[in-house]
Ligand binder design. Structure first.
Ligand SMILES: Nc1ncnc2c1ncn2[C@@H]1O[C@H](COP(=O)(O)OP(=O)(O)OP(=O)(O)O)[C@@H](O)[C@H]1O
Length: 321
């Protein structure tokens, strides 16, 4: 059990490459305020100053900063506020600018909503987001245990809707995993954490850098020659979704047995040389097929978002709701 817990806490995120050779082929323009000397950006009508917010508690810590639950003093509305230290290193800075750029572009009920960005030169950067009172799917798994097929069909459908939106905007998330999917009491699921995402400039542009959490990376990200015919990055999000849903059903990271150490080399071997993980026979045929369609090692055989949205595991649930 301790091993399982340790595995769930895997921090196998690979840093963004530092070398200029590895920089995105289409570097994101910095958000205007981060280039200019202006002090504060407001995207919300409601909250126009950081001092209007009262910190209630810490919701969590990430690589880039701390997330607080905050209350708007005048309206009592509750938000989540991510605060990133202004002195952060170049990698973190690049991740946070990327996250801000994508949050500004996105507008979907399946993507975490940004209500404002506050920054001053050489001071902390704060991102005001909608508050998700259920935390992440990772914490939900730890507190409530594994999820039923029906719940997973519902979750998979919402994540697919979110990915459908992102992919239509030419955004590849590149770090789909339980810890990056936020949930609320209504069981609404929203995709968060765009620090390693990429905006594709051309539809078939390769997306080949080692960023994200390697445990959830698809085979073609390690070995594009074998598994990535026409590799364009979008299919990698589907692999990560398949692993995520499987983990939420099994209650542990699916690719390793409890005896294996979850280091980079072991994971890479399991992903590239092992059989793709599958469900036990007790799972329904539709569910088995859905996981199988997501976890095709050859990225050209893996189903796309729109195909998966019509898969019986998803559409059956949609009809009954
Ligand atoms: N909008 C939100 N609503 C509720 N809780 C949130 C929200 N955003 C983040 N959190 C909580 O704060 C934690 C830290 O989030 P954060 O995005 O900083 O870190 P992370 O997901 O580990 O990403 P990274 O390390 O890449 O920055 C999350 O794991 C989650 O528990």
């Amino acid at each position: 059990m301790a091993l399982v817990r340790q595995r769930r806490n895997l921090n196998l995120r690979l840093p963004l490459p530092e070398s200029p050779d590895c920089l995105p082929r289409c570097p994101l323009p910095l958000p205007p305020t981060l280039l200019s000397s202006s002090t504060t950006t407001i995207t919300s009508q409601e909250v126009d100053r950081l001092s209007d917010l009262e910190k209630l508690k810490v919701l969590g810590h990430g690589n880039s900063g701390t997330v607080y639950q905050v209350r708007h003093k005048r309206t009592s509305a509750i938000y989540a506020l991510k605060v990133v230290n202004g002195d952060c290193d170049t990698t973190v800075r690049r991740q946070i600018f990327r996250e801000i750029e994508i949050l500004r572009r996105t507008d979907s009920p399946f993507i975490i909503r940004c209500h404002g960005i506050f920054e001053k030169p050489s001071e902390n950067i704060s991102i005001l987001m909608e508050y998700m009172d259920g935390g992440t799917l990772d914490t939900l798994l730890k507190s409530h245990g594994t999820l039923s097929e029906l719940s997973l069909s519902n979750i998979a459908c919402q994540v697919l809707d979110g990915l459908n939106y992102l992919h239509s905007q030419k955004i590849v998330h590149r770090d789909i995993k339980p810890a990056n999917l936020l949930v609320n009491q209504k069981m609404e699921v929203k995709i968060a954490d765009f620090g390693v995402s990429k905006i594709m400039c051309r539809s078939l542009e390769p997306c080949d850098s080692y960023v994200g959490t390697c445990a959830y990376m698809s085979p073609e990200r390690f070995d594009p020659d074998t598994y990535g015919l026409n590799y364009n990055g979008y299919a990698a999000d589907i692999w990560s979704l398949g692993l995520t849903i499987l983990e939420l059903y099994l209650g542990h990271f699916p690719l390793l047995s409890p005896e294996q150490t979850p280091d980079w080399a072991t994971l890479m071997c399991a992903i590239c040389f092992g059989e793709p993980p599958s469900l036990p026979e007790s799972a329904s045929e539709e569910f088995q097929s859905f996981i199988n369609c997501c976890l095709q090692k050859d990225s050209s055989k893996r189903w796309t978002v729109s195909q998966l949205l019509s898969h019986p595991f998803i559409s059956k649930n949609l009809k009954s709701s």
